[in-house]
Design a protein around this ligand. Structure first.
Ligand code: HEC
Length: 162
């Protein structure tokens, strides 16, 4: 009988530890910041290629390093309709990055999530291959620091939000 209760207590502890360890990534995913889910959100749930351009940044435009020589920037309705910085939570900005020969090379995304990164504009950053594999995501220093130069414009580079 004694042996049995020792085993029971052991099993209980193992179960408890397993559940509490799994909790962390689960929490992140439920906030919508899993790059796989974000990709599905911008391709299946609502296809970003059908979204609008900002009225003063339409179609294919020249860009600078590190993003590549040509790009298109698509925005969801929340970002499109915003009249001033900061953009509202839920805003998504998707940038297609092209080579000089107009070949799609990468897709970079900014997704505004409440309390995700409060001192840096609460943006979740991701860089995908054209097939949707996330190369970089989260709070990569490169993205955060360079775009930080436009913190007063909510980290948006291509246009002034007004
Ligand atoms: C060295 C500076 C620099 C770095 C690093 C950088 N960006 Fe950018 N980003 C820019 C500039 C400049 C633009 C304006 C468009 C252009 O020139 O291509 C831009 C535009 C964008 C846009 C379109 C919205 C906007 O802000 O204008 C997105 C989305 C974006 N970048 C995502 C990312 C992601 C994701 C990363 C990291 C993987 C990243 N950027 C890293 C400089 C940078």
């Amino acid at each position: 009988m004694k042996k049995l209760s020792v085993i029971m207590i052991f099993l209980f502890i193992v179960t408890f530890l397993t559940i509490s360890c799994k909790n962390e990534p689960m929490k992140e995913k439920s906030q919508g910041i899993d790059p796989v889910k974000l990709w599905s959100k911008i391709t299946k749930e609502s296809n970003y290629t059908k979204w609008s351009f900002w009225p003063d940044h339409k179609g294919m435009k020249p860009g600078v390093a590190p993003h590549g020589p040509l790009h298109k920037v698509f925005v969801n309705k929340l970002a499109l309709n915003a009249k001033k910085a900061p953009l509202p939570y839920g805003s998504i900005v998707v940038k297609e990055n092209y080579s000089k020969a107009k070949e799609l090379k990468a897709i970079t995304v900014m997704y505004k999530i409440k309390d995700y990164n409060p001192t840096k504009g609460d943006w979740f950053w991701a860089k995908y291959t054209p097939k949707g594999k996330a190369d970089k995501f989260g709070k990569p220093k490169g993205c955060v620091n360079c775009h930080g130069a436009k913190a007063d414009n909510d980290h948006v580079m291509v246009r002034t939000i007004k």
